[in-house]
Design a protein around this ligand. Structure first.
Ligand code: NAD
Ligand code: ZN
Length: 347
């Protein structure tokens, strides 16, 4: 089968012919119908060799941690799935036995690191291929009649902001403000989740007018260019108080500093972006009682919830479609910053 693989440190991903995997006992072979392109893949491919290997990655590795497909073949003992079922892949695999996994929070599995359990596309072969081997039926959630291409990115670009926002919902009643920094793949879905679930006025920031136009189309009340004057503009828009929750989907020094400065007293600062930044916290450096969170991906039940939100017509991903052969081009475009919404690869 064809797969888009990262083959050597510092090189662009390439299409290769690889063996189609066979499902062993308990495993499932899924035929991929769509795979999403995430900025985290770019982060992984930017790592120097020592850090890449220390993070549990292998070479060559099939990319892609967003995936949906249809069940192609069942390993021995898999009972409650049938060939042809449409499924979404839950990506952050855990051990399935620890306290976190028992709650469906495999994204915070207590044993994954020690046991070498890796997510598809983030250490084991991922979704950017004709087929993928799934280790356990619990990592497949019914997709139902949701369109694969339109909805594949909900498995990460939907699930990750959903998990981040859900934790701050008690602070986002009517009359509150939420800030979204970075309105790309994750950010443009975050705006829609905030509009669907909270009473907050949504202020969105990005670096170009095109990105801000998309932010307005998907529901942002205010859009602000992310520059040195942005903190003052946010103060003004929030009546001098700051925002009750700030979500940073970039995570570099300037955005993290902006996030901390923009939070109101008792506000939440949530850093989702993996931009390598750091923020200064300390007495007087932020409003009183600000809480900082750095979440990762989401739980199995939250994946079912974000798919339900799409079924209810409350979130919809802006998609640019590429073939598997065009995969390298999709990553190039993401790197350039010219993707509108999410790039999706259809094998
Ligand atoms: P993306 O490239 O689609 O979107 C990033 C957006 O940020 C772009 O629109 C870009 O123009 C904008 N941006 C860049 N610099 C900015 C600045 N200084 N101020 C405001 N906006 C700026 O990326 P994505 O796939 O949506 O991922 C976003 C980030 O989240 C990445 O760092 C990714 O690695 C990370 N991520 C984290 C998790 C997690 O679980 N924590 C999961 C998925 C992705
Ligand atoms: Zn991702």
């Amino acid at each position: 089968m064809k797969a888009l693989q990262y083959t050597a440190i510092g090189t662009a991903p390439e299409i290769r012919e690889v063996e189609t995997p066979q499902p062993g006992p308990g495993q499932i072979l899924v035929k991929i119908t769509a795979a999403g392109v995430c900025h985290s893949d770019q982060f992984v491919m930017s790592l120097p060799e020592a850090e890449y290997l220390a993070a549990g990655m292998k070479l060559p590795m099939t990319l892609g941690h967003e995936g949906v497909g249809t069940v192609a073949e069942l390993g021995d003992g898999v009972t409650h799935l049938a060939v042809g079922d449409a499924v979404a892949i839950y990506g952050p695999w855990g051990c399935g036995r620890c306290h976190m996994c028992a709650q469906g929070k495999e994204n915070y599995c207590q044993n994954a690191a020690a046991e070498g359990i890796r997510a598809p596309g983030l250490g084991r072969d991922g979704t950017m291929a004709e087929y993928i081997l799934i280790d356990d039926a619990r990592h497949l959630v019914p997709l139902g009649d949701l369109d694969p291409v339109q909805n594949v990115s909900l498995t990460d670009a939907g699930l990750t902001p959903y998990h981040a926002i859900k934790g701050s919902l008690p602070k986002l009643g009517a009359g509150t403000f939420a800030v979204v920094i970075g309105t790309g793949g994750l950010g443009h879905v975050a705006i829609q989740i905030l509009r669907a679930l909270s009473g907050a006025t949504v202020i969105a920031l990005d670096v170009t007018e095109e990105k801000l136009a998309l932010a307005r189309e998907v529901g942002a009340h205010h859009t602000v260019l992310s520059d040195a004057t942005a903190a003052a503009t946010i103060r003004e828009l929030t009546g001098g108080l700051g925002a009750n929750a700030v979500f940073d989907f970039v995570g570099v020094n300037p955005t993290m500093s902006l996030a901390v400065q923009s939070a109101a007293a008792e506000g939440d600062v949530t850093i989702v972006g993996i931009g390598g930044g750091q923020a200064t916290l300390g007495w007087g450096a932020q409003a009183y009682d600000v809480a900082v969170r750095i979440p990762y991906w989401g739980s199995r039940s939250e994946l079912a919830e974000i798919l339900d939100l799409a079924r209810a017509g409350q979130v919809s991903v802006e998609v640019e479609q590429f073939s598997l052969d065009q995969g390298p081009e999709a990553y190039h475009r993401l790197h350039e910053g010219t993707i509108r919404g999410r790039a999706v690869i259809v094998p």
